[in-house]
Structure formats: C-alpha cells, structure tokens
Design a protein around this ligand. Structure first.
Ligand SMILES: Cc1ncc(COP(=O)(O)O)c(C=O)c1O
Length: 399
C-alpha cells in the first residue's frame, strides 16, 4: 500500500536536530538549533510573560475557540510594533490580517494567498535562505527561483547582486525578504540599502513578502522593523509574516501573524476573507494561549517596557558571544576568516566553516551545527564558548 511513498529527506535544520537528539555524548553542544538560550543554557521564561500568565490564570476564564481571524487584541497591539505608531494608524484600514500557527503558519497562509492573487507568479528567495521558504512555496505549487544575497568570496552581503537580480524578475514575482537577522547569513541591508530595494520592488511591480521572525534581535525593536516600514511606503501590495516565537521565548505556543497591506479597505476585506477560508481548511483557528499572553504584555505599558528590556538583554548577550567567539578564534590560522561573525546580527552566523569541518565538529567534538556552516550564537555561553572555540580552531587548522 505504501508503494508510492518514497523516503522524505529532512531539511538541513531538521537533520541537524535529529543528529543532535541521537548523540549519546553528555557533553554535546547544539549550535544547530534556532532558539535563544540564556547564560545558564536554558530557554528563558521572560518576566513580562510570567506576569501576564499569572494575570490570565487569576481571571479564571474558559478556553473558547478564537474567532476565525484570531485575537483582534493581539493584532491591534502588534501593528504599531511592526509598522510603527504613525504608519500603523494609516495602514489599519487597508491591511488584512490573520493570526497564524507561528511564523511558519504565516508564511504558509501568505504563500497560499499570494498564489490566489497571482496564480502564475514565481516566488524568488534569497540564496541562501531558511530552507522552509522554498519548501512552503513549492508546497503551494509556486515556481521558485533565487536571487543573489551572499558573496562567498568576500563572506559578505551582496546587495548589488541582489538589486541586479531583483531588477530582472518578471512583474508580479513574489520576493521573499528577511525583515531582519537574515537566516542563515546574519547579514542585513542597511536602511539606505532597504530604500534602494524598496525602489526596485516598486519600479518593477514586484510583490514583497517580508518574513519578520527575529524582530528585536538585530539592532533593536524599532530598527529591526525599518525594512517593513520603508517598503510599506513604496509598494502597494505587501505581505508581512510575523513570528513571536523568539521575541517572547514562546516557541511551542505557536504565535504568528500575517499582515497583507493592500490599497483599499475593500481589497483588505477580500484578502482577509480568503485568509480565513485558507486557515479554516487547514486548522480552523489559531491557538489562544500564547496570543493572550502576548496581547496582555503589549497591552500594559509597564509589562511592555519590561519585555522590551528583556528582549534587549537577549540581543546584547548574543553580541557579547559574537565578540568573545571572534576574539578566541583570532589566534588561529584562519582567525581573520571568522571576523565577520562580529558584524552579523541575530541568532545565526554563517561561520564560513566547510561541510567537512562541520562534520568534524560533530564527530570529534560532539558539537552540532547545520551542514551549510550555520551556527547559533545564542546557544553559546561562558561555560561552553571556550571549548567550542578550541574545537573550531582545531577543525579549521587542518587547511
Ligand atoms: C526566517 C524564519 N522565518 C520563519 C520562522 C518560523 O518561526 P516559527 O517558529 O514561529 O514558526 C523561522 C524559524 O526558525 C525563521 O527562521
């Protein structure tokens, strides 16, 4: 009966997770994950979220289904965080939205909507990108292409190549962009470069699809949303998928939002209606607990301030780990190659380690990373950093 079912290869990130889980060595280190760990190596429970949880429990409320579109309070409180106080007011009327199962759900529902709006459109994805971008767009039947983003030679972002490739795309192509903290490279365009990108998107009639999964982990909460805000001023159809998994340390609660900015209230209504129909056929409505927690935090000025401070502390700890790792690698014979780790932002770094070196880290040192060289800086702490640095120096000194 299973004759038609061929084996399904896991994507690179899932494969790294599986190899880590299967590794019996007690001192193993997981640099392959996409979660923030604190200095003690734990996934933090944010104080703002803990207080929100306490308040929700004391209200002793039932657990009804959320409405088809999700928790309106979450949307209302999140819009200014993403679009800025001024733009949010202006955009509210002409923006369709739906709460989703994590950021992944937002990308999937957005991809379904993009297919419905522009059935023949291709999706263009940065090379490299989060592997699920390609998987999701293929799953909805879209053709997928890539645009240049990273220059292997200079180990740097290639904005000129990106602009050139975007300029050659057919009108109506859906361009998937990482709003900040590009996964996996850690390199983001500057605001001036985002202005150029927005111009090319608008001039060529391209449809930006901004995936914002790490807001607050790059340069800060406001600075990280500049990409969205700049593009929202130039283009008249924009998808923005938001994940709250990392920024609230609420991974398993699966909270995400999809915004589709259109030109009018009538267009937004049409898109919103379709979004609800898509989610209805997938899982009916999104889960409520994490959404209630986040709405509670964002709706209380004091809790919101606490959350912003906690998010900033996570961001600064990662920067510290970047600087420390680069320092400890500097003496090795490939030390200079690792300097870009300091300039990259977000949870990840494209370390420049080769597949063979990543394999040696796993086999010889029980240090797990993604095969393409992506390492998660947020998994480092004062306790494990020296041994990770020593292992990297060792595997990279053979050349
Ligand atoms: C670029 C990018 N988009 C979306 C997501 C999905 O986030 P979530 O865990 O909320 O589904 C991730 C998570 O790793 C990501 O890296």
């Amino acid at each position: 009966m299973l004759i038609n079912l061929s084996p399904t290869p896991p994507d690179a990130v899932m494969l790294a997770a599986r190899l880590f889980a299967e590794d019996p060595r007690p001192h193993k280190v997981n640099l392959g994950i996409g979660m923030y760990y604190d200095e003690e190596g734990r996934i933090p429970q944010l104080a703002a979220v803990r207080e929100a949880d306490h308040r929700l429990r004391s209200r002793n409320r039932p657990w009804p289904y959320l409405p088809a579109e999700g928790l309106v309070d979450l949307k209302n409180k999140a819009m200014p965080v993403v679009f800025g106080e001024d733009q949010a007011d202006d955009l509210r009327r002409r923006t369709a939205w739906i709460q989703t199962v994590g950021g992944t759900g937002a990308v999937r529902i957005g991809a379904e909507l993009a297919r419905a709006i522009a059935p023949d459109a291709m999706a263009s994805i940065s090379d490299p990108s989060w592997p699920n971008h390609e998987a999701i767009f293929r799953a909805v039947g879209a053709r997928v292409s890539s645009y240049r983003y990273y220059d292997v030679e200079s180990c740097d972002i290639d904005v000129d190549g990106m602009l050139e490739d975007l300029g050659r795309l057919p009108r109506g192509t859906v361009v998937v962009l990482h709003g900040c903290c590009h996964n996996p490279t850690g390199f983001d365009p500057t605001p001036a470069q985002w202005n150029h990108i927005a111009q090319v998107l608008a001039d060529h009639g391209l449809i930006p699809f901004i995936d914002l999964a790490y807001q607050g982990f790059g340069e800060g909460l406001e600075a990280d949303a500049q990409s969205v805000r700049i593009i929202a001023q130039s283009c008249n159809l924009i998808f923005v998928s938001v994940s709250f998994s990392k920024s609230f340390s609420l991974y398993g609660e699966r909270v995400g939002l999809l915004f589709v900015v259109t030109e009018s209230e009538a267009q937004a209504a049409l898109v919103g209606e379709r979004a609800r129909a898509v989610s209805r056929a997938l899982y009916s409505s999104a889960p409520s607990n994490g959404a209630l927690l986040i709405a509670e935090v964002l709706g209380d000025p004091q809790l919101k301030t606490t959350w912003i401070d906690e998010l900033d502390a996570m961001r600064r700890r990662i920067l510290l780990m970047r600087a420390e790792l680069v320092d400890q690698l500097a003496g090795g014979n490939r030390g200079a190659n690792f300097a870009p780790i300091k300039a990259q932002r977000g949870l990840f770094s494209y370390s420049g380690l080769t597949r063979t070196e990543i394999e040696r880290l796993r086999v010889d040192h029980a240090i797990h990373a993604v095969g393409d060289g992506r390492i998660c800086l947020a998994a480092l702490n004062a306790g494990n950093l020296p041994s990770v640095a020593a292992a990297i120096r060792q595997v990279s000194s053979r050349h």
